[in-house]
Design a protein around this ligand. Structure first.
Ligand code: PLP
Length: 400
């Protein structure tokens, strides 16, 4: 009865969502306050206060037929102009509203870009570990992802493996820094090397290979790390952005695509992306929230909140003897499973009411992901549960 594609999607259903459901079931048994649910990347600090005021003003002041009406499939011109100006001010780009397409979150954005450039059988190179949904997005267009293994010391991409991943079928490379699930921010040197390799491969295969930069965590950087904007490294870069994390609006489904003029065929690309937005059935990004984010374009999230969680969790876990990658961005922590099969570790952790997500969901077994976007009080209380878990594996933590 179901299509083959949906049957396949059901079988490989999201491990993150599955753990979230397990967390909810556990909460019903032992009480929500006793469950340490590190599964879902749902922001835990509210949208900026200004957002409410902007929405109220829009409702009071704008003609409802305009406010709730259809507009260009790429979004309101004034909203796109506000995005363009904001990017130009921060990153020295030269966008106008024509370079920007408002999208239904990053997920909607990636799907319309894939629809625009992928033919059946095409390949998209991704760097493991990666956001597992990329697989489904490529499969939507009968394309596939080719995963490149990481350098296991830094969790930046293994560049020799990257060079070897290109084939005749490579259409794009999809990159996500600050990264979900590792929290790693790729260095300037890594980005320059990726750009160099892309140039070489374009020359070798005599065709455009696009770099698609998925940037929902662009502003979530710590330890003095600077926000980066990747169009400066490689001219065929398409940027996908989301306000889901930066303004805590994941349910509102709002983001954008930016295509620089330097990209080959930029005008056609933008026209294709606009059509894809319509034919995939998004039609346009939701109207009210487009206007609302334009009014909050200079706002930012509560970075201190995430930073405190990051430090408390990382330092607490390392003290207990766990091996973790120190996160410098996003709100995820990547922890090495003390046993090879991390699914066993995830099951053991659940006995202590700790809900973690296995690394294989991100194309990288042997590790687990913790989303530390929960209350700081819970982070600190969870360390007691982690201490018990550390004992199970005889980890040599520091003595109190
Ligand atoms: N890309 C990455 C790396 C993500 O982590 C997420 C959400 O967690 C998305 C894309 C999808 O974001 P959105 O909610 O804007 O669709």
């Amino acid at each position: 009865m179901l299509s083959k594609k949906i049957q396949a999607a059901l079988e490989g259903s999201s491990a993150i969502r599955a753990m979230f459901v397990e967390g909810k079931e556990l909460a019903a048994k032992v009480g929500e306050e006793n469950v340490f649910d590190f599964s879902l990347g749902n922001p835990a600090t509210p949208a900026p206060e200004l957002l409410n005021q902007v929405i109220k003003d829009l409702l009071d002041d704008v003609d409802p037929l305009t406010l709730h009406g259809y507009m260009s499939n790429s979004g309101y011109e004034d909203v796109r102009e506000a995005v363009a100006k904001n990017l130009n001010k921060r990153f020295g780009t030269d966008f106008t509203w024509k370079n920007i397409v408002m999208t239904v979150g990053a997920a909607g954005g990636l799907n319309i870009v894939f629809k625009t450039i992928l033919d059946p059988g095409d390949e998209v190179i991704v760097f493991a570990p990666f956001f597992g949904e990329y697989r489904s997005y490529a499969a939507n267009f009968d394309a596939s992802v080719v995963a490149v293994k990481p350098d296991y010391k830094t969790f930046e991409p293994d560049l020799s493996a990257f060079e070897e991943a290109f084939t005749e079928k490579t259409k794009a490379v999809l990159i996500n820094t600050p990264n979900n699930p590792t929290g790693v921010v790729y260095s300037d040197e890594t980005m320059k090397a990726i750009a160099r390799i892309l140039e070489e491969q374009q020359a070798k295969y005599k065709k455009e290979i696009y770099l698609i930069s998925d940037e929902p965590y662009r502003e979530l950087v710590y330890d003095g790390v600077k926000e980066n904007f990747l169009t400066k490294y490689y001219k065929n870069t398409i940027v996908g952005y989301s306000f889901s994390k930066s303004l805590s609006l994941p349910g509102e489904r709002i983001g954008y695509i930016a295509v620089p003029n330097e990209a080959s065929d930029a005008e056609n690309l933008l026209a294709g992306i606009e059509v894809a937005n319509r034919t995939l059935g998004f039609v346009n990004a939701p109207s009210l929230i487009q206007k609302a984010v334009a009014g909050c374009i200079n706002e930012s999230t509560n970075l201190e909140f995430y930073d405190k969680n990051r430090k408390d969790l990382y330092e607490g876990l390392v003290k207990l003897g766990f091996t973790c990658i120190r996160p410098q961005g996003a709100f995820y922590l990547w922890l090495k499973s003390p046993v090879e099969n991390e699914a066993e570790f995830v099951a053991e952790a659940k006995k202590y009411n700790l809900i973690l997500v296995k690394g294989s969901a991100f194309g990288c077994g042997g590790y687990v992901r913790l989303a530390y976007c929960i209350s700081n009080e819970k982070i600190n209380r969870s360390l007691g549960a982690f201490a018990k878990l550390a004992k199970v594996y005889n980890l040599a933590g520091e003595m109190e």
